[in-house]
Design a protein around this ligand. Structure first.
Ligand code: MN
Length: 499
């Protein structure tokens, strides 16, 4: 993967949004500083150490991160691995950049504990702390880890296993939760290769053979469909084929008894159009020309996937009568699918577009939810001092489970982790509603209180105004940290007043 050595010009050319001349100077200064500090050091592969810093910075620039974050990426290993100190960085580059680097250094300093489990727990605790104080730190850490995985072949096998395992356990769920599909996908494939080499090789071979067959067809289909859309006056920003990541192909294969002919979305084309209305119009035009497959039209724009993903998906009997998956989305949806929370920085650069987006008539739930999520994490930051296992488990469920959106009868959106129940929903509205719950209706039908809520459910909580106490048994199925702690607290108060 790493054939040629990177230069600082490569990094400057990789910015998704060109930085100001001031920003460019900052990046160049950061490079010069890191380059001198790491002078003479080499990576396990034998290449100069600075190549790792440049590669990390390049991943960040491609994601749409700004000049300051990219500069911090360039210097991320300086305090840990060189004689230069954080104090010097703070003097030369300011407190903001110094603090990001301090955060990364702290993340790296985890002492090996007596058990693997303790080690993971401590690792998790630090990641949560870092996320709460500055999410950019975690994004730099993800870029750092991605490059370390790309060069894992140079490390001894036991280290390869440890790093791949730790990535699967911690970094991949975090990348997924932050919606950074590119990093999530690439990390998944790299870990797959080291943790399950046999299945990796099998999937790669099966996949490659099919892709080659599909590639030529995709090229022809893209031409035909582009012309069709042009004739109808649809502006297409981009149209391209996309290949599935190998690890997600493997998961699909397992679902279909390893039968590749049953994986319909192995090859797909992706159409990027300017506006949301264009998405629906393009879908209509495509369906007019090519018969869609029943049950495979998905509107993830009206109802986003649990992690906020938005697009229209359809599977059609395309040009030449062959089955083809088509995905349609706007540029913004595309950036967010690939770069997730990092896309916020990208759109921050262009305030107008960003604000326009917010002022659109309908609030887009995953947007506000993403911001609310970071805020909530910050509020909980103090609690993290308590590192009991149960507390950490609760955090992991609340934050790393994929999230779903449920609606109140008035149409308000409540965000919950997957597998949440009506009790979690009730406590998410208000703790008093939770305490007084007697039953629940989902989409107008009565359900048990341990019902598993699905994305898009409309939930009505039935309450008894005179009821004061939650039921002890709710603790066996309530999922969210807030519901569980409220139930416990109220029960405790009750038993104390009785005595
Ligand atoms: Mn590093």
């Amino acid at each position: 993967m790493e054939q040629k050595e990177l230069t600082i010009d490569d990094i400057l050319a990789s910015f998704k949004v060109q930085p100001s001349s001031e920003g460019k100077r900052l990046v160049q200064r950061a490079f010069a500083f890191a380059n001198t500090a790491h002078d003479g050091q080499k990576r396990a592969s034998g290449i100069p150490y600075i190549q790792h810093c440049l590669a990390t910075a390049q991943i960040l620039a491609e994601m749409g991160m700004d000049a300051r974050t990219v500069s911090a990426g360039l210097m991320h290993d300086v305090p840990e691995d060189t004689p230069e100190t954080l104090t010097t960085i703070s003097k030369e580059f300011g407190e903001d950049i110094a603090q990001m680097i301090d955060g990364i250094t702290k993340l790296g300093k985890i002492k090996l504990r007596h058990s693997q489990e303790d080690y993971m727990l401590e690792n998790w605790r630090r990641m949560f702390l870092a996320m709460a104080s500055d999410i950019r730190t975690v994004i730099i850490k993800l870029a750092d880890r991605l490059h370390n995985l790309r060069t894992l072949e140079h490390l001894p096998p036991d280290k390869q296993q440890r790093i791949a395992h730790e990535t699967m356990e911690i970094y991949i769920p975090i990348a997924n939760r932050l919606g950074i599909g590119e990093i999530y996908g690439q990390m998944g494939d790299l870990c797959f290769k080291y943790l399950d080499p046999k299945n990796y090789e099998y999937t790669r071979q099966v996949g490659e053979k099919r892709y080659k067959e599909a590639e030529k067809y995709i090229e022809r289909a893209i031409k035909t469909i582009t012309n069709g859309l042009k004739e109808e006056g649809i502006k297409v920003i981009d149209i391209h084929g996309r290949a599935k990541f190998l690890y997600s192909l493997f998961i699909k294969l397992k679902k279909h008894d390893m039968e590749i002919s049953r994986v319909y979305d192995l090859a797909a084309i992706r159409i990027i159009v300017p506006e949301i209305v264009d998405c629906y119009e393009a879908l209509g035009i495509i369906h007019k020309r090519y018969r869609p497959m029943v049950g495979r039209i998905k509107d993830y724009i009206s109802l986003p996937k649990p992690n906020g993903y938005q697009s229209l998906h359809t599977t059609i009997f395309g040009p030449e009568g062959r089955v083809l998956e088509v995905q349609i989305r706007t540029q913004k949806m595309h950036d967010e699918a690939e770069f997730g929370i990092a896309a916020h920085w990208l759109y921050e650069e262009n305030k107008k577009t960003w604000k326009d987006y917010f002022s659109r008539k309908k609030p887009e739930p995953q947007q506000s939810a993403e911001i609310a999520w970071v805020k909530q994490l910050q509020e909980w930051q103090n609690d993290v001092g308590n590192d009991s296992q149960e507390f950490m488990e609760g955090l992991k469920i609340d934050f790393l489970k994929n999230h779903i959106f449920a609606f109140t009868p008035k149409g308000d959106v409540i965000e919950l982790p997957e597998e949440a129940t009506p009790i979690d929903f009730a406590y998410a509205i208000h703790s008093e509603i939770g305490d007084k719950t007697t039953g629940a209706k989902v989409n107008a039908k009565m359900v048990a209180l341990d019902y598993t809520i699905r994305n898009g459910d409309m939930i009505e909580i039935l309450i008894d105004k005179n009821r004061q106490t939650p039921n002890q048994s709710w603790l066996t199925f309530a999922k969210t940290r807030s519901a569980r702690s409220h139930i416990r607290q109220t029960l405790k108060k009750k038993s104390e007043t009785r005595q």
